[in-house]
Design a protein around this ligand. Sequence first.
Ligand SMILES: C[S@@+](CC[C@H](N)C(=O)[O-])C[C@H]1O[C@@H](n2cnc3c(N)ncnc32)[C@H](O)[C@@H]1O
Length: 310
Amino acid sequence: MPRTDNDTWDLATSVGATATMVAAARAIATKAPHRLIEDRFAEPLVRAVGVDFFTRWASGDLVAADVDDDESGWKLEHMPDAMAARTRFFDTFFQEATQAGIRQAVILASGLDARAYRLAWPADMTVFEIDQPQVIEFKTATLAALGAVPKADLRVVAVDLRHDWPKALLRAGFDTSRPTAWIAEGLFGYLPPAAQDRLLDNITALSADGSRLGCEAVPDMSQLDLEKAREMMRRATARWRQHGFDLEFADLGYEGERNDVGAYLNRLGWRSAAIRMSQLLADNGIAAIPQTNDSVSVADTIYYSSVLSV
Ligand SMILES: C[S@@+](CC[C@H](N)C(=O)[O-])C[C@H]1O[C@@H](n2cnc3c(N)ncnc32)[C@H](O)[C@@H]1O
């Protein structure tokens, strides 16, 4: 089903299912021989969501290579390595931010992110998580039932990021006078281009000097044959359907020209460093993910680490 302006979801449906998918990839990466990441909450969270396809994948009962479509460059098989590199990037981002003295963090589109429970935060750290209500409520309740305890002062903010989330964040105790470390991991592609800009404007308006932002930007699709890319994604998800899971991934994201995140942030006063997924993989000693001409390549995704200096 195509997206609508006020659509909602839980962790088994629509955009919410992508949070379960990336958590399943983290569960697999956690068990990989290279052990780049350790997210011990990922597998129990995926199990609790109860999408059999992702539970079987996370637990090793379903092998990605048996599911992936040979023709499509968009493969489940690449995801655990990509998510390991991405998780490391954002874990390091928070580590460096706290080492620099930042004590307030916001995880935008937190999904099944368990950083508030698994990172070694300073004792006086406050972490805000923002996602849709059903996502926030499910994760918080499931982790509590598992006996997990946040390692920071965790404040959850159940609100849609297309709505007035700054108001909800302020109501939850966010302090605009303190520098903040923000992350937006796996979010922008699910926001219309104008909503992405508005989000960055709002982050900037709420940020004290010295705040930091880590974010993942959608790869440039201007050279891509979009119809072909959609077709490749549909081929991949048709195979998922054969294995019992029905999600039309091609319908979840927003196409259309987007502002370049680095240039946009620069105009707002942020100074950024950018790195591609292909480089993150190489830096972590992980094999390259092949780039194809007819699919949005995970390898081309860009990660920004920015500091606000007004
Ligand atoms: C791919 S998942 C990423 C989750 C998490 N950041 C991670 O990397 O594990 C996308 C997340 O974005 C959230 N999301 C997308 N659009 C949103 C919106 N308009 N408001 C709130 N959350 C949104 C979804 O609910 C989902 O949890």
